[in-house]
Design a binder for this molecule. Structure first.
Ligand SMILES: *Cc1c(COP(=O)(O)O)cnc(C)c1O
Length: 385
């Protein structure tokens, strides 16, 4: 021990994530102006590629903001002050979206899902029957708890019980990680972000609206200036972005999308799922538990043994074994460690991160015989193959 190279730095967070060499090269190209035929072509291709990955016929817009800006754009472009909406809150990002809506004077009701638990569809249906909502908001994958929500079933229930509600999903850690066909599942607003499965630098958000959401846009009265989707759409129709384009990241996005398209969406999703599966199996083999009842493919939260100082373990793994993992937030601080599965991660990265976890635990006084580690790694290797 160690069986893997633990001198090499490995970024295993659920965003930002490692970037492919092709993307890094694209990012290193010289700056060009965004009002040039060369960039026009790049933008056109990138916008087409986004429609492909969102699985939609509707335009997908590129916003010069992180994912949270995309979440804000979703609200301010479709809602008015006083609208009643239902926010599914199953972790930090659900709380964030509700907070944003509160700040804009939207009337929010919360459908609370305790952290890490599966969303109860019967309870959800009962909530939907209470009254008509203007919108229902949820995360697809709640990254803070590593939990996947049952979006297809939720969408069906909304269609059955609500006549006009828009179903808005934060798919920031879901697109490219789990099936999410926007048009087929009847999703009205879908938000993604560049530093998750797109494996790009942080700084872009991608937002798509259904026809129904665009119709809502024409009467939505919340104030907006920088994140005005209608103006962005009109600019795209002229072959431009509304404000100065982030040439470097959009050029890299185009390169990344070409790669995703040549390997296929199914392959991309399967790779993420394999890493998640390998990590979960290895954690169980190490004697640990998985925090979430409905684990997300994009991130795994491993529950740490009771009483163990999780924050110390996290920094030990980073300092000594050069693997960056994320801890828990709020009441889960120090109690879970989160492993990201998105981006240009190799099977060796997955195995090294598991070994680093095991060695870190051993160093913190948890009994961890060599043969247990070897067994966990072999289970993981099999799941990755
Ligand atoms: C990362 C993430 C966000 C926040 O995105 P930022 O780019 O940090 O603004 C929101 N929702 C989910 C589910 C995420 O994973």
């Amino acid at each position: 021990m160690p069986l893997h190279d633990l001198e090499k730095y490995r970024l295993m967070a659920p965003g930002p994530v490692p970037m492919s060499e092709k993307v890094q090269k694209a990012l290193a190209l010289p700056m060009i102006h965004h009002r040039t035929p060369e960039f026009d072509e790049i933008l056109k291709q990138a916008l087409e590629g986004l429609k492909w990955i969102f699985q939609t016929e509707q335009p997908v817009l590129i916003l010069p903001t992180t994912g949270s800006g995309g979440m804000e754009a979703a609200l301010v472009n479709t809602l008015s002050q006083g609208d009643e909406i239902l926010c599914v809150v199953s972790g930090k990002f659900g709380e964030r979206w509700k907070t944003m809506a509160d700040i804009y004077g939207v009337k929010t009701e919360v459908f609370n899902v305790p952290w890490g638990e599966s969303l109860d569809l019967t309870k959800f249906e009962n909530q939907l029957k209470q009254k008509p909502y203007k919108a229902v908001l949820t995360q697809v994958s709640e990254t803070s708890t590593a939990t996947l929500n049952p979006i297809e079933q939720m969408s069906q229930l909304i269609k059955r019980t609500q006549t006009s509600a828009l179903f808005m999903v934060d798919a920031i850690s879901a697109i490219g990680c789990t099936p999410l066909p926007m048009d087929q599942w009847g999703l009205d607003v879908v938000v993604a972000g560049s530093q998750k499965a797109f494996a790009l630098p942080t700084g872009l958000s991608f937002v798509a609206l259904s026809k129904k959401a665009w119709a809502a846009n024409s009467t939505a009265k919340l104030p907006r200036f920088y994140l005005d989707l209608k103006l962005e759409l009109e600019a795209n129709k002229r072959g431009e972005t509304h404000f100065s384009s982030q040439v470097l990241i959009i050029r890299a996005l185009n390169a990344a999308l070409q790669d995703f398209r040549s390997s296929g969406l199914e392959t991309m999703i399967r790779d993420v799922e394999k890493r998640a599966n390998a990590t979960r199996k290895a954690a169980l083999a190490l004697g640990l538990k998985i925090f979430s009842e409905s684990p997300s493919p994009s991130v795994t939260a491993v529950r740490l043994p009771d009483g163990l100082k999780g924050a110390e373990l996290r920094s030990l793994i980073e300092q000594k074994y050069k693997v960056t993992l994320m801890g828990g937030q709020d009441h889960m601080k120090g109690k879970i460690l989160r492993f990201g599965h998105m981006g240009a991660i190799t099977p060796d990265d997955v195995l090294a991160s598991i070994e680093a976890l095991a060695l870190g635990l051993r160093e913190m006084g948890v009994e961890m015989p060599d043969k247990t580690i070897v067994a966990a790694l072999s289970v993981a290797r099999e799941a990755l193959s």
